[in-house]
Design a protein around this ligand. Structure first.
Ligand code: ADP
Ligand code: MG
Length: 700
């Protein structure tokens, strides 16, 4: 253990061929300080040097080719920026050109007419002749004559390149270090996992990730290291969860008087199976004696609110108070009126606290919360203020949690001093399971993956701008049947002026074409009063068309609106399009979404549009989004810890992640403190990682 720690902690400058000057470059440019850092600096791609091409075989589609041949002659041609060195390179099958715009003097000296070389680079055809610009060129040696292997390519900075510290140089250092290091590399996973998943050893993996013996070995090395990375990531999250569970007791909500009454007599509909399952999961938590920390995911319209309300009843039945916090006033109001209808029937005292609550009303609410007479409080950020104190806050619900930070969650949770309240956070922005496991791996996860029966799925179509008249015709037909229509324009800060003009032009065109009908407009430059006024007219059905920007994205609920037309749909992200579409399909009528775009669409945009046309399933859409954009870009995940993943790709490595998570879970259940002898490698690795982190925090 100590032997291992000292070897890998050796400063990089002591590696032969490095020295103080190069070491300081490695420190500042690549964050490489120790042997361990260098070994963990994995190549970002590999060049296939396993075979040679003949000149005759070259095609334009080859990404790169390696050719064995002789330099016949060379000449400098062209002037100014076009000045270049062109060498004729031949093999038994033909001849081609090697071209240099930079380093002409160097190569004039380096080249030997008639000598044999290995050239490597991207071939391009100019007329009948192929050429490679700035090839890698080496004199033929007994080693490279055999054809190499997969050569690692390392990410480098401009500065390193200027100092002639290239990928080859790094490769050479790594090779040298590997020779010394291999005997020191101990296994970091227990035998049981190595066997179960048929993983190669740690030492083999480290060697082959840098210097793969073959494509197959490279694959195995990647799989092994990804598994290890995800295993330790999950181990940490699950461990935190377990620690949390033992550290924090929770109130036990065993009585179910109001819950039973509501369920039997007042429930307006039958719960879906998914809702029932989630409710059982919550109930199990609430009687467990441990504090609940649960994330509830469910697509738009899947019915999270009723589940939240039933959970609230469990708290109220046991003499506790509950709160529900929403990100906007519109949403808070919607929840308030929805829940009040139920609460009134059960004789539950419910209140509302938002930014616009008057001082006097506020004082009363504060008092009623403090003396315990108010059982449910619905609100916005206003709930977080210190003056808001409870007699016994037993359950906090956060709606649209991605709009709140961790700190805000913690403030709610600190509102009960003796025993923390149970937490249920809800989100309507589905995130793929893999992402949820890494982002919220420390929370328990519940998913409502089923919509209430009888909903008509929204029909989505794609239309080009040139078919706008046809779309107008469809809108007219729907309005004549009594429906209402949204037309949404993008409004993006960077191009606000132009976008605003588009919105206004669109509004005018629609006003002209639909002169018979009253039309509303809604955008961010309007005052709050004007917005409310316009929204109100639309809700009441006075206006038939609402021309708007994405301000309507959150919270608006107009069941009679059955058509959503999205202009310049190519400019919206997938998640946003899905959210916008969710504004329709809330009533009994068939609803439609029309995605308008220009003709010129990138491949990615086409995929986005086709995905929406194909499916209404938010989880499927989130998955495509993850594939298209990668985990870093998905909304609300920027500040998260997923950047720690070096090799694993959450978009592609879902299967490995699931296996790693299950393994971590099983091992921690069996041996929470990792004291069993077969878990020694895990305990050691956790210690190494912890030490590594401490070092880092000292450096940065
Ligand atoms: P979300 O999950 O988007 O918050 P809501 O909770 O607002 O969805 O529910 C959307 C609508 O579906 C509401 O009008 C709600 O009353 C209704 N609803 C919820 N569950 C069911 C169900 N099991 N059967 C029928 N309608 C339901
Ligand atoms: Mg909701």
């Amino acid at each position: 253990m100590t032997d291992r720690a000292t070897f890998f902690d050796t400063k990089i400058e002591y590696l032969k061929g490095v020295g103080p000057q190069r070491a300081s470059l490695l420190n500042t440019e690549l964050n490489i300080f120790t042997y361990r850092d260098l070994l963990q600096y994995y190549p970002f791609r590999y060049e296939d040097r396993t075979r040679f091409h003949t000149i005759e075989e070259l095609t334009d589609t080859l990404p790169a080719a390696q050719i064995k041949g002789r330099i016949r002659d060379w000449a400098v041609v062209g002037e100014g920026p076009k000045k270049r060195l062109v060498a004729t390179f031949t093999d038994h099958s033909g001849s081609m050109d090697l071209v240099w715009f930079h380093g002409i003097t160097y190569y004039e000296k380096f080249l030997r007419a008639g000598a044999e070389y290995v050239a490597y680079g991207k071939p391009l055809a100019f007329g009948v002749t192929y050429s490679i610009t700035h090839p890698e060129l080496e004199a033929l040696t007994p080693e490279n004559e055999q054809g190499g292997t997969f050569q690692p390519v390392y990410n480098l900075t401009e500065k390193l390149r200027r100092m002639r510290f290239d990928a080859k140089a790094i490769g050479k250092l790594v090779r040298q270090l590997l020779d010394m290091a291999l005997p020191h590399i101990h296994e970091t996973l227990p035998d049981s996992l190595i066997e179960q998943y048929r993983l190669i050893s740690k030492a083999e993996a480290v060697e082959n990730i840098h210097l793969p013996r073959s494509q197959a070995w490279l694959k195995q090395a990647e799989r092994r290291l990804k598994f290890e990375e995800l295993f330790y990531n999950q181990l940490r999250l699950i461990k935190n969860k377990l620690v949390h569970k033992t550290a924090y007791p929770g109130q036990v909500f065993r009585h179910t008087r109001l819950l039973n009454r509501f369920y039997k007599e007042l429930m307006p509909f039958e719960l879906t199976n998914a809702q029932k399952r989630v409710l059982r999961e919550i109930h199990t938590d609430l009687v467990s004696g441990k504090q609940m920390n649960r994330l509830l995911q469910g697509d738009v319209g899947s019915g999270k609110t009723i589940v939240a309300f039933l959970a609230m009843l469990m708290a109220i039945d046991n003499g506790a108070q509950t709160c529900i916090m929403a990100p906007t006033e519109i949403l808070a109001d919607q929840h308030y009126y929805g829940l009040k209808a139920f609460a009134d029937q059960l004789g539950i005292h419910i209140g509302r606290l938002t930014g616009s609550t008057r001082t006097k009303g506020r004082r009363i609410i504060h008092e009623e919360l403090q003396n315990g007479s108010m059982q449910i409080i619905v609100g916005t950020h206003a709930l977080l203020e210190d003056v808001v104190q409870f007699k016994n806050l037993g359950l906090c619900i956060i709606d649209e949690q991605h709009r709140f930070g961790v700190a805000q969650r913690a403030r709610l949770w600190n509102k009960n001093q003796d025993i923390y309240p149970h937490m249920l956070v809800m989100t309507a922005t589905p995130i793929p399971r893999t992402l949820a496991m890494t982002l919220y791996g420390n929370l328990d996860l519940s998913i409502i993956d089923e919509l209430p029966a009888g909903r008509k799925p929204i029909k989505t179509v794609h239309r080009y701008d040139t078919h706008r008249l046809e779309v107008f015709g469809f809108m007219r037909q729907q309005i004549e049947q009594g429906r209402q229509v949204y037309v949404v324009y993008p409004l993006i800060e960077e191009s606000e002026k132009l976008d605003f003009k588009d919105l206004m032009d669109g509004f005018e065109a629609i006003s002209r074409s639909f002169s018979k009908y009253p039309i509303g407009i809604l955008h961010g430059r309007m005052t709050g009063y004007d917005k409310d006024f316009e929204m109100d007219r639309f809700v009441k059905g006075e206006t038939k068309i609402m021309v708007a920007t994405t301000v309507i994205e959150v919270g608006v609920n107009v069941p009679n609106a059955s058509v959503m037309v999205i202009e310049s749909a190519e400019r919206f992200g997938l998640a946003q399009l899905h959210q916008l579409r969710g504004r329709v399909g809330r009533g009994a009528e068939q609803s439609y979404c029309v995605l308008m775009t220009g003709y010129k669409l990138s491949k990615e945009t086409r995929t986005r549009i086709e995905t929406l046309v194909r499916t209404n399933n938010g989880f499927e859409i989130a998955d495509v989004d993850l594939q298209l954009r990668g985990p870093g870009d998905l909304s609300g995940t920027q500040q998260s810890g997923i950047a720690d993943l070096q090799l694993a790709d959450l978009a592609k490595d879902g299967a490995i992640l699931t296996a790693a998570r299950e393994s971590a879970q099983t091992i921690l259940e069996e041996d929470p403190h990792l004291v069993l002898p077969q878990h020694t490698p895990i305990r050691n690795q956790v210690e190494v990682q912890r030490a590594d982190e401490t070092n880092w925090s000292r450096i940065s």
